[in-house]
Design a protein around this ligand. Sequence first.
Ligand SMILES: Cc1ncc(COP(=O)(O)O)c(C=O)c1O
Length: 367
Amino acid sequence: MLGFQPPAIGEEEISAVADALRSGWLTSGPRAAELERRAAEYLEAEHVLALASGTAALHLALVALGVGPGDEVITTPITWPATANVIVHTGARPVFVDVRESDLNIDPVLVAAAVTERTKALLPVHLAGQVCDLDPILELGLPVIEDAAHAFESRYRGRKVGSISDVTCFSLYATKNVAAGEGGLLATSREDVAEAVRDLRLMRRSDGSRYDIPVPGYKANLSDVLAAIALCQLDKLERHAEIRRRQFAAYDSAVAGLGGIEPLARDDRDVHALHLYVVRIDPKAACGTRDDYQRALAEENVATSIHFLPVHMLTWYRERFPDQPGLPVAERAGDEILSLPLSPAHSDDDIADAVAALERVHTRLAA
Ligand SMILES: Cc1ncc(COP(=O)(O)O)c(C=O)c1O
């Protein structure tokens, strides 16, 4: 089976983990601190905090901004459910607005229309590595938390993602461009947010002979063992990006010849992180549904994935918010999108195999 997004881990990561274990730092220590310094430099951010996951970063960002019961947070339905789940965990209500047809990122016009006096924050996502249209969202004057789980390398109109909004959250999950297995990073230029998250991520013993708890913190710090992996991955960013560029180019030229199959739009004014290669499959023009293609590719030993099914249609959200209006662009896209294998761990031959399989499936379904 050609894996969908196998991790690109080498001897460097293996020996860095061994060094971390030998050092005795199993929990957060000098490597997590070094990761924060290196990531802040790369992301052009004033503060970066290393956390246990991208989900924890999003959650603590909301808590630090004071989001709670009675508040609303506007977000996109085309995301991993964690983005919405953390809003629910604060007691606030996620308000889903539809996405743009071109890149399936949140539509800023609809965000503006959904703002009420209860709106406490806006939580856009940069799907696949394409930054959403941030300027009109920032102009609304509300706190913005970017879900940049897919967008470590992205730039928006020249500005580095991580340096733009109140808070930007990244994931170090196994499939991500900087993969530690698990982990997250929170970037912010706001001193108050950085300070609050520092207190919240770990229950700290305050000074004194007997311990005391000044803040009922969470347990969302990053271990040095995982930070050691992330540090190696930072060193490999450019090398891996070069491989991703070749893989994107191979898919671009292949799908250009396949009727009914089109990649999501990428905006030339921005830097795309090339995290996921997502195509839309028009069932009429491609003579098969996305599910037909996914099944047929699996039979060809090519693993694919879906990023994402609209969150508002998943069971808990459907049952909890029965009055949620339809979001037609997201709902149609949810049936049509397919993510193709992409990883620096794949060779050019692997991607050529995936392309050949896709071409065979297209020909077979069209016959
Ligand atoms: C868009 C998006 N947001 C949030 C997350 C959550 O990140 P994590 O798995 O590190 O908690 C993910 C990831 O997996 C994601 O793809």
